[in-house]
Design a protein around this ligand. Structure first.
Ligand code: NDP
Length: 329
């Protein structure tokens, strides 16, 4: 109990948003049965939207952003958590409608918190929301019955958070991964993660998306949306599946029904935000076990929480490679 060091987003009357370091009283934090000493948070695409005017993510200000956090339980009135437990939490309304990870203390409801096993708090934060979403996407392909012998898997936005961890997880599971990226300088990293081939963004500049193109992938993981997702749907093989989680390239979906009715394609929606706590905890347990990403260090860049006011928006330009872990304290 006492003071909380926090990065607080304020919105002024003109709609501008300012990120300010403040020492707030702990009564600023919401009610919750688990109090966490936050060690790490992250910068996800959604974190940048939460501090962008009309970003459509934050429900009210002032807000401590940070949609994911990892740390140690400092106090708990829940039988599920003891002082000293290493935990991770993300999703629900954390960092959007409830104060999140950009503060040295977080107070959360126990039924939104995951106890870590097989992962340090630093590793859990490196995975973060984006890596968890990658794991959900890979699971969707596996649940659909796609096996490594079925053919290549396309990953779009491959150098980003969701994309890079997807490449890592798919390659570890034995899939042939084709990584699509707009960053020529990410090729070496993507090959290190296990990509068999690295191609440019799809569709190519000036290329028209046809209702059905040549079948190229047994499955795909897409976090880009827009024309990219339309292209991926039009080129997935008969009976293939596309796991769609994001809108980094646009929220529209200019497609037709042809991939679905002529190729039996499946479009699987991936949501990490409202996923219930039981499957969330089960997937984190696997992320600390058989599913543990092999190249977390290679994809993770650390940034101090104090640097965020200057750097947080760059992810919206699609120019950030890998995962950005925020060192809180
Ligand atoms: P990143 O910015 O790290 O990754 C997105 C990547 O997409 C970029 O690095 C870039 O990769 C590519 N990209 C960006 N802009 C464009 C564009 N205009 N056209 C084509 N490709 C583009 O973000 P995250 O990985 O954190 O998140 C990715 C998306 O997934 C976001 O929309 C986010 O909101 C969503 N998301 C959804 C979740 C869910 O629960 N559904 C959870 C987590 C994320 P490259 O340069 O390699 O092409």
């Amino acid at each position: 109990m006492g003071d909380v060091n926090a990065l607080v987003a304020h919105q002024d009357d003109e709609g501008n948003i300012d990120l300010v370091h403040e020492v707030v009283d702990d009564s600023f934090l919401p009610e919750g049965d688990v109090e966490i000493s936050v060690e790490y948070s992250g910068v996800n695409y959604k974190d940048a939207l939460a501090v962008t005017p009309k970003g459509g993510v934050a429900r009210s200000y002032p807000l401590i952003p940070g949609i994911d956090l990892a740390g140690t339980v400092r106090a708990s009135s829940s039988p599920d958590f003891a002082v000293g437990d290493a935990v991770v939490a993300h999703g629900y309304d954390i960092g959007t409608a409830r104060h999140g990870g950009y503060a040295d203390t977080a107070r959360l409801s126990a039924d939104t918190v995951v106890k870590l096993s097989g992962l340090t708090t630093a590793e859990a934060a490196a995975i973060g929301t984006a890596g968890f979403t990658a794991a959900l996407s890979v699971d969707a392909l596996v649940a659909h019955g796609v096996t490594p012998s079925d053919g290549p898997i396309l990953v779009t936005g491959a150098s980003g958070g969701v994309g890079s961890v997807s490449v890592d997880l798919l390659a570890a599971a034995g899939y042939e991964v084709i990584a699509s990226t707009g960053k020529a300088d990410a090729t070496d990293l993507l090959r290190t993660l296990g990509a068999s081939d690295v191609i440019g963004r799809v569709p190519e500049e000036g290329e028209k998306v046809r209702a059905l193109g040549k079948s190229r992938w047994a499955g795909a993981i897409d976090c880009v949306g827009g024309t990219t997702l339309a292209y991926v749907l039009s080129t997935v093989e008969y009976g293939g599946i596309v796991a769609a989680s994001g809108l980094a390239g646009g929220a529209d979906l200019p497609t037709t029904v042809h991939p679905f009715i002529l190729r039996g394609a499946t479009l699987a929606g991936i949501d990490s935000v409202l996923l219930p706590i039981a499957p969330r905890r089960a997937l984190w347990e696997r992320l600390g076990g058989d599913l543990k990403p092999r190249h977390l260090d290679a994809v993770t860049t650390d940034v101090a929480v104090t640097a965020l006011p200057k750097s947080i928006h760059s992810i919206l330009k699609g120019s950030v490679t890998g995962r950005t872990r925020v060192v809180v304290h």
